[in-house]
Design a protein around this ligand. Sequence first.
Ligand SMILES: [Zn+2]
Length: 245
Amino acid sequence: MKADPGMQRVLLDLADADAELTRLDHRSTHLAEDAEIAELDGKIEAARSDLVRAEISAEDLTREYRRIDGEVTGMAAREQKDSAQLTAGGLAAKALSELQHELTGLARRRGILEDDLLAIMEQQEAVGAEAQRASATIDHLETERTDVRDRRTAAAEKIAAEREIVDGRRDTLRAEIGPELLAVYDKQRTGGRVGAGLLRARRCGACRMELDRGTLASIAAQTSDTVVRCEECGAILVRTAESGL
Ligand SMILES: [Zn+2]
C-alpha cells in the first residue's frame, strides 16, 4: 500500500492524540476521589450501625426501666396499705408479726429494685453518649463526603474539557489522512493496539521492539510512500529523517 509520506507523518500526531484520549479515559475512571468516597461510604455505614445499635439499646433500657419502675410503684402502694393497717392497730399478735415481716421483705426488695433503676440510668447515660458520638461522626463524615464529591465533579469536568480539546485535534488530524490509510490505522487499533509508531533508533515507536539489520535494510529499500508495518505489533511504521535509515 502506498500513502504520501507527509500523510503518514500525520499518523504519528493522530497516535499521540489517541494515546492522550486513552490516558484521559483512564484518569476519568480511576479518580482518586472515587476511592475516597468509597472509603467514606464505608465509614458512614459503620457509624450508622453504631447509631442504630445505641438506639436499640436505649429502647431496651427504657422498657426495662418502665417495668421495674412499675414494680416499685406497686410495692410502695402495698407498703402504704400495710403501714396504714399497722397504724390502725387492733391486730392479733400473729397477724401483726406477719405484716411486719412482709413490710421488711417489701422494703428490702424495693431497695434492690431502686438500685437496679440507678444502674439502668447510668447505662442510659452511656448509651445516649454513644448515640451522640455516632451522630456527630456521621455528620462530620457526610460533610467530608460532600467536599470530596465537589472535588470529584471539578476533576471530572477538567478531564472532560481536556478531552474535548484533544477530540477536536483528533478530528482535524483524521480529516488530513486519506480514508484508505485511516482504515488500516483504525483496524490496527482495534483490540487496544497502537495504530502507528515512529521508526527511530532501530526501534518501533509503538511496541519498542528493536528491528534486526535485515528488516531495517528491507525497509530502507522501500520507497518513502510505501506503508510499512511493524512485524512485531502490526503498527504502521512511520519513517522520517529521524529514523536514521
Ligand atoms: Zn511494533
